[in-house]
Design a protein around this ligand. Structure first.
Ligand code: FMN
Length: 171
């Protein structure tokens, strides 16, 4: 049985859903992370930034664009411990401007994931995984990055079967 860690970033607050703004108490990616845990077990680890992104969707869009342009590495509150004990790591994130939020780059750049199997999952409003799989391969040197799962954010709540099936067949 694989030793599984599910690490994810997910933003609560105002979000864009099928063409309109809506405030959500639980992020889309967080929902999928929980479905994966329910299907295959493992430990959940939520990435959180020291400086929160704006709760306003439009402001956050701008913040994220600037971070991407600047190749920023925003500080995160904590890193997962005892990575040695895991061999399979699900990495979840929303698609922000075509890739992962920069805080995931902060995390992955600082963790040695060599020898591990990485399973990306990404919620988005239509751009799929974007360049995130390629970026993950560059960041996680020595790890095996397997094909990821894309979930439409607005359908995250209804995605349990899809997420569970993908997670089970991937491990
Ligand atoms: C800053 C920002 C940038 C985004 N950029 C994209 C994008 O380039 N392509 C896309 O399909 N969706 C984009 N979205 C939509 C999110 O990927 C989508 O709503 C996702 O499900 C949010 O997940 P979360 O609730 O876990 O944070 C963006 C959202 C934000 C806040």
């Amino acid at each position: 049985m694989a030793n599984i860690l599910i690490v994810y970033y997910s933003r609560k607050g105002e979000n864009y859903w099928n063409g309109s703004l809506k405030t959500i108490a639980k992020g889309n990616t967080e929902r999928v992370a929980e479905f994966i845990q329910r299907a295959v077990g493992g430990d959940l680890f939520e990435v959180d930034t020291v400086k929160p992104y704006s709760a306003s969707y439009m402001t956050c869009i701008e913040e994220a664009k600037q971070e991407l342009r600047a190749k920023a590495r925003p500080e995160i509150k904590a890193f997962p411990e005892d990575l040695d004990k895991y061999d399979t790591i699900f990495v979840g994130y929303p698609n922000w401007w075509g890739t992962m939020p920069m805080c995931m780059f902060t995390l992955l750049e600082r963790c040695d994931l060599s020898g591990k199997t990485i399973l990306p999952f990404c919620t988005n409003e239509g751009s799929g995984l974007g360049s995130s799989e390629r970026d993950l391969k560059a960041l996680c040197k020595g790890a095996t990055v397997l094909p990821g799962l894309s979930i439409h954010g607005a359908e995250a709540e209804q995605s349990e079967q899809k997420a569970a099936a993908w997670a089970k067949k991937s491990i």
